[in-house]
Every structure is written in structure tokens, then in C-alpha cells.
Design a protein around this ligand. Structure first.
Ligand SMILES: [Zn+2]
Length: 380
């Protein structure tokens, strides 16, 4: 039997010790390669000229306070002055880590720690491993997630696609005591509607306010997998989007149009929203009431396998998602699933070059200044 890919030597070809063994210069060289694909030439962030610009010396320290090892002036982040427009820029200028106070080593360690865990890394775990505050760790991980969200495959699937929806964020807790039916439930039972405005919506539902909010937070993650590979290979890639109102004809159609080439084959379960796919695609559904795989091989198990990863992350790692962040957690799980067979070094390369190509996020801007994350990303 072939070895599991997570047990192979390539799954551990970079770890925290490898990063700690590198000098500041070696780390800066790695960052330069990821950003500009060159060790000695830099592209000016202002005018874009690729050249060997003037290296700037670090300013002499004036403060008498000792520099902390992680945060402070010694960040190992070199800067240059452009030969043409004289603009000053560093390795992280204009990227998602623009004007960061973190050292390059810490950012790289964060990426390695995030990618060495199977289903996700919580900010508390990263905080303890890196010795930074919770907010710093949370923001760093969310920046990585934004990069993963930008790195979703764009090529439409031409062979076989599987499609399904999984429900996240809102699962009401079972109540401690079994209460007798509430007044509104009794009214419903005996055919009398409660007077309007008499009961709060959560009272009408027979729930506590907290539990009712949990139900209101329910979102569906729509997943499309490229299942054109051979038997036993699993999905080649996973694409996700979050919708508010469950699997509807509208968002199913939009998801299919985005990720599946016209005329391709789509396998789903028997949810009603998928029936219309037969118009533009070759659509087959497996009846989950009877079996998971049809005798002809029709199944949506690749989607279920992805949802299992996201569910494990929800329950076991993050202990719950807020709807406002769900898109990014789903994209993180999809990224991990799509690139699960890459070596660890290749995963770090891919993530870090994404980090250094991505622009500063408007969504996370002002997080340290107390501005909360408010924009929820939903499928249109
Ligand atoms: Zn310039």
C-alpha cells in the first residue's frame, strides 16, 4: 500500500527548526525571491523599475530601551531607495504586510506553523508558539487566509465536478431541561396564531436569545470539487463560496457558472436546487437516502470529504466560526485540501509568494486600532 502523503519525508521538509537555522540575510533573500523572483534586483513599489537599487542602512538606535527579539527595529527587513524616483521601500512595502512591525523571521515562522497543522491553526496556538499577542497572531493568520482566498483555482472544470452545500456557524445548543411546550407552540398546535408583537421571535421559536442568534447565523458553504482524477485519488481542487439562504437555484447556478465549463458533468445529491443544472450540464444525482455511491459511480463524497475537514476545523480547532469570517475559513480549508499533496516547502513557497504579491487588505485595515471586521463576503 502506498504511503500516506502526510507521512512522507516531503511533508516535513521545512519546520520551525529549519527557519530558526537561517540567518536574517538568508530569510530576506527568500522573501526577495518570493516577491521579485530575483536575489539581487528589486522592483520599486512606486515606479515599478526592476533594478539593483541603493540599499539603505538601518538608522542608529536612539532609544535606550533594549530591542525585543521579535518586534522592534531589528526586523531583518531591508529597505532600498529607488535609483530613478528615490522612493524608499522595504521587502514588505505595498504587500499585505505593508508597514508591519513584525520581523520577516516571525512572518515566515507563522506561515510554517500554520501549514504544519492538518485542519487549521488557532490564533491562541500561534500566539503561544510565536510569543506574540493574541491580536497579532489573529491578524497574521487572517492575512494568510486572505491570501489563500485569492488563490482559489480559476480554471473551469471540464471533466467531472461534484457539488454540495454544508451548513456552518449556527447550531443551536440543546437546552439543559426539557421544557413543556411554550405558549406559542401550544397556540400553533391548537391552530391559534399568537398576537403580533406579543412575543419576541426567539420566544416564538421556543428558544433562548443566544440560541436563536446561533440559528440566525447559519450559513451554507457551497463547494465544487474537480473530481476528474482516477479512482482513489480524491479531488484535484476545491472551490468554495458562502451563501446566506441555503442552497437555492440562484446561488447553485452562479456557483456552477463560475467554476464548471458548460457541458461538463456535475454530480450532486438529490437536493432540489440542483435539478436545474440539467439544462446546461450533464447532471447526475445520488440518492443519499439509499446510498452514498451509485452503482454507476455517481457520488458527492469528495465534497463530503472537504466538509469533514472544515467541520473538524470548526469543532476542534477554532471552536466555532463567526459568519463574517466564514468565507476565509472555508477558503483556508479549500486551499489546504487542494494543495494537500504538495511538499511542505512547496506549500510555504506558494503561500509566501501569495503574501508578497497580495495588496494590503481593506477588510483588515485598522484592526489594531479597534476597528472590527465587518464585511461579510457572500456569493452574489
Ligand atoms: Zn522608483
Amino acid at each position: 500500500m502506498a504511503q500516506h502523503h502526510r507521512l512522507s519525508p516531503s511533508a516535513r521538509d521545512i519546520n520551525v527548526l529549519t527557519v530558526q537555522g537561517l540567518t536574517d540575510l538568508e530569510i530576506a533573500t527568500l522573501f526577495a525571491k518570493w516577491r521579485w523572483d530575483s536575489e539581487d534586483k528589486q522592483a520599486c513599489t512606486s515606479c515599478g523599475t526592476l533594478d539593483t537599487h541603493y540599499p539603505r542602512r538601518r538608522r542608529r538606535r536612539i532609544s535606550r530601551r533594549p530591542a525585543s527579539s521579535a518586534i522592534g527595529p531589528n526586523t531583518g527587513n531591508p529597505s532600498w531607495q529607488c535609483k530613478h524616483c528615490y522612493a524608499v521601500f522595504s521587502l514588505t512595502s505595498g504587500t499585505i504586510f505593508d508597514s508591519t512591525k513584525l520581523s520577516l523571521r516571525l512572518i515566515l515562522l507563522g506561515a510554517v506553523i500554520m501549514l504544519t497543522s492538518g485542519n487549521g491553526t488557532s490564533a491562541v496556538a500561534a500566539m503561544q508558539a510565536l510569543g506574540v499577542s493574541y491580536k497579532t497572531a489573529f491578524l497574521m493568520l487572517h492575512r494568510f487566509r486572505e491570501v489563500m482566498a485569492l488563490d482559489q483555482p480559476t480554471e473551469p472544470i471540464k471533466g467531472i465536478a461534484q457539488m454540495d452545500g454544508g451548513y456552518f456557524c449556527g447550531k443551536p445548543r440543546k437546552s439543559n431541561v426539557h421544557r413543556p411546550a411554550t405558549r406559542s407552540q401550544m397556540m400553533n398546535r391548537y391552530g391559534k396564531q399568537p398576537m403580533p408583537g406579543e412575543l419576541k421571535p426567539w420566544e416564538q421559536a421556543g428558544m433562548s436569545y443566544r440560541n436563536w442568534m446561533k440559528k440566525r447565523n447559519k450559513r451554507v458553504v457551497l463547494a465544487v470539487t474537480d473530481s476528474s482524477g482516477g479512482r482513489g485519488e480524491g479531488s484535484r481542487s476545491v472551490m468554495v463560496a458562502v451563501a446566506q439562504m441555503g442552497e437555492t437555484e440562484l446561488n447553485v447556478r452562479s456557483m456552477a457558472a463560475r467554476h464548471v465549463a458548460p457541458g461538463a458533468m456535475i454530480w450532486t445529491d438529490e437536493a432540489g436546487a440542483y435539478n436545474q443544472l440539467g439544462r446546461d450540464y450533464e447532471h447526475y444525482a445520488v440518492s443519499h437516502a439509499e446510498r452514498y455511491v451509485d452503482p454507476e459511480g455517481v457520488t458527492d463524497n469528495h465534497c463530503e470529504s472537504f466538509f469533514s475537514r472544515l467541520r473538524r476545523a470548526e469543532y476542534g480547532v477554532y471552536h466555532g466560526f463567526r459568519p463574517v469570517n466564514l468565507h476565509f475559513y472555508a477558503c483556508e480549508a479549500a486551499w489546504r485540501h487542494t494543495h494537500r499533496r504538495l511538499s511542505k516547502r512547496a506549500q510555504v513557497d506558494r503561500l509566501m509568494s501569495g503574501v508578497l504579491q497580495a495588496a494590503l487588505s481593506t477588510r483588515l485595515r485598522g484592526y489594531h486600532a479597534g476597528k472590527g471586521i465587518r464585511t461579510e463576503i457572500l456569493i452574489d
